[in-house]
Design a binder for this molecule. Sequence first.
Ligand code: NAP
Length: 252
Amino acid sequence: MNSPLSGKTAIVTGASSGIGRATALALSETGAAVVLFARRRAKLDELATHIASRGGKAMAVAGDAGVSADIDAMLEHVLDWKEGGGKYDIVVANAGRGLAGSLTAGDESQWQEVLQTNILGVAHLLRRSGAYFAQRKSGDLVVLGSVVGRNVSPFSALYGASKFAVGALTESIRREVCPHGVRVSLVMPGIVLSEFQAVAGLNEENFFKNIASFGQLLEPKDIASGIQWLLTLPAHVNVNEIMIRPTGQPFP
Ligand SMILES: NC(=O)c1ccc[n+]([C@@H]2O[C@H](COP(=O)([O-])OP(=O)(O)OC[C@H]3O[C@@H](n4cnc5c(N)ncnc54)[C@H](OP(=O)(O)O)[C@@H]3O)[C@@H](O)[C@H]2O)c1
């Protein structure tokens, strides 16, 4: 087995589905002990059992990525987790949700949850783990942005704005902690088929018919492979940003 991450402990938020689940599996297969964080405990437990059946180490911690106290409790659990060495080396800030719709047509009642999860929760996790890594003089922060966090899409206005903020937070923490030997990477996926579309309210009418010409879309493991790659580069090499689209996706 190829185990370049052996001895490292990786926290993956949003590990119950999609990109987070695939990333936790990929990092486990590369030797890392993985901490699985999301709200749906049953799905995390199922994944932890699956990883253990393949000889890996995993711990499931249920909580809300938009609630600072839940993040703090999870980080405390990690420091108490003996199998993980009582420390962590990698944080993948992946938990997040989309929201279909323009500013005038989108559902305003969901704005608060999008901003809480995608911006404030990520900011708190980066604040806590960034300070921890800076003090340890090593660590990896990987943050999930989006192509709509770099290119304005009027069709997912609030969500896109949240991902612009995520990009700014990521570059901000990078400048703060890179002098302490901490790597920071912003991963910006294009369209990935996952639970994301249903949660965001993207359907045939408002989404899929418009992208019918894009060809084969991405699977979560396509993004996980990119994350696995950048985390296994030599410690002095930091891929600061990576955009991964389906080959046939011209925009956004
Ligand atoms: N799919 C795409 O096309 C795409 C494109 C660009 C960027 N992204 C970004 O990639 C990330 C992962 O998306 P995905 O495609 O894998 O979506 P997904 O399949 O819907 O998975 C989202 C994950 O985030 C977790 N999550 C959501 N809200 C949470 C909360 N408040 N607290 C804790 N966990 C929460 C979900 O777990 P629970 O429901 O169990 O809590 C789930 O594990 C997101 O940040 C998304 O914005 C996705």
